[in-house]
Design a protein around this ligand. Structure first.
Ligand SMILES: O=C(O)CCC(=O)C(=O)O
Length: 391
């Protein structure tokens, strides 16, 4: 399964929990075993007709997630690493700063959109708050960062395609887009794109929650209604730094996470499993799954390139929630406008990997819409996420 040896991190993390250390250790090793027992990992496979292999589709449907192993090849991983190094050098020096460590305007200077969100090192900034519509009902235990750690650590970079060319190129990955078309139809619509940053000894928790706000009470709500995220793992992911999910919970409607935690007697939901990944694996993760991550008190970094897609019928004519972008009703024109980032991404990828067959997105063909990747396109991407389709 994972080539990452996280035993030292499990030990260090468990120790941080004091009297709960044994329970944490047991939970992490138990989670690893439960994750290993689930038949939902392997390379992306298609049939000779180009359809997603049926066992992958049904495992995704049953468990709500599937780990596409080795999706990002060596060359692309090198590109991602170089790009992220450069990207991080453009981060503001601290929350609210306008400049980076070299005194240049920081990467999100002058943008209307949210840019970089910081969080208290090893804290849980969302749990028990009204953020994101109050979906993170319970605060998970916050841990103490080492004394020399900065109090605030980078946490989420919103609108990542405008900041990272490597993330933009990954967004145009033909096999991932084919998977998106299989799950959400070939007129699938975009959602949002972010980086989750969980630096060792600093990265904050994302308390248990289900994503999705708009359709829980709809008569035709089903397991795919609120879409999915691809979670591309740059450094891999472990029980200590990774996302945990409750397999199958995406089919159970809206659950009361506070009740689940109360019934479990602790924040360690007994049926949850960690997403255990090597660098280059990409998880498809249903947004309706109960999921979350603990503070990264271990030694391995995690950085997830997150990008999601929806069924068109879930967004068309729907009023957004305001969680990811200003509230508005998503008509055809808005969806088309937001989807331009996809056209730009496919072109950007094609420039970098000219021997790869680019993904053909049906709505672009139908509309006769074409794209180029150049400075004007880069300019067009500024604040593109103000049109995120937030449901
Ligand atoms: O990466 C994480 O820690 C949290 C991810 C998450 O909550 C999400 O993608 O909705």
């Amino acid at each position: 399964m994972s080539q990452i040896d996280c035993t030292r991190s499990i030990e260090a993390c468990a120790t941080q929990y004091g009297e709960e250390a044994d329970a944490v250790r047991k939970y992490m090793y138990g989670g690893l075993e439960r994750a290993e027992a689930i038949p939902n990992r392997g390379p992306i496979r298609f049939t000779s007709q180009g359809r997603l292999a049926s066992d992958i589709r049904s495992a995704y449907s049953e468990y709500g997630f599937y780990i596409f192993e080795g999706t990002i090849g060596e060359r692309e991983m090198a590109d991602v690493h170089d790009d992220l190094r450069e990207l991080r050098s453009r981060f503001p020096t601290h929350p609210g700063a306008e400049v980076d460590a070299q005194g240049r305007p920081a990467l999100n200077a002058g943008l209307k959109g949210p840019g970089l969100l910081w969080a208290k090192a090893l804290g849980d900034p969302l749990g028990g708050t009204e953020a994101a519509g109050g979906r993170h009902k319970v605060k998970v235990r916050e841990l103490e960062a080492e004394q020399d750690a900065p109090t605030e650590a980078p946490f989420i970079l919103f609108g990542s395609l405008q900041f990272s060319d490597a993330a933009l190129r990954l967004y145009g990955h033909p096999e991932l887009l084919q998977v998106a078309a299989e799950i959400n139809g070939d007129d699938f619509a975009p959602f949002t794109d972010v980086l989750f940053i969980k630096d060792p000894g600093r990265g904050a928790a994302v308390s248990w929650h289900q994503d999705g706000d708009t359709h829980w009470d709809a008569p035709d709500v089903d397991e795919d209604t609120h879409g999915f995220n691809f979670m591309a793992q740059v450094y891999g992911s472990t029980p200590v730094n990774g996302v945990w999910v409750v397999p199958g919970s995406h089919r159970q409607g809206q659950l009361d996470v506070a009740e689940l935690v109360e019934a479990a007697g602790s924040e360690r939901l007994p049926d949850a499993v960690p997403l255990v990944c090597n660098p280059g694996d990409v998880v498809i993760c249903n947004r309706q799954l109960v999921h979350g991550s603990f503070p990264n008190a271990g030694f391995e970094p995690r950085l997830t390139i997150n990008f999601g897609f929806h069924l068109r019928k879930s967004v068309l004519g729907v009023e957004g929630t305001g969680v990811h972008s200003p509230v508005k009703v998503y008509d055809d024109a808005t969806i088309a406008q937001r989807t331009r980032a996809l056209g730009i991404a496919i072109e950007a990828r094609h420039q970098q990997y000219p021997d790869e067959t680019p993904y053909v997105y049906r709505p672009f063909t139908e509309r006769g819409e074409s794209f180029v990747w150049n400075e004007a396109a880069r300019e067009e991407l500024r604040d593109y996420n103000l049109l995120d389709l937030s449901i």
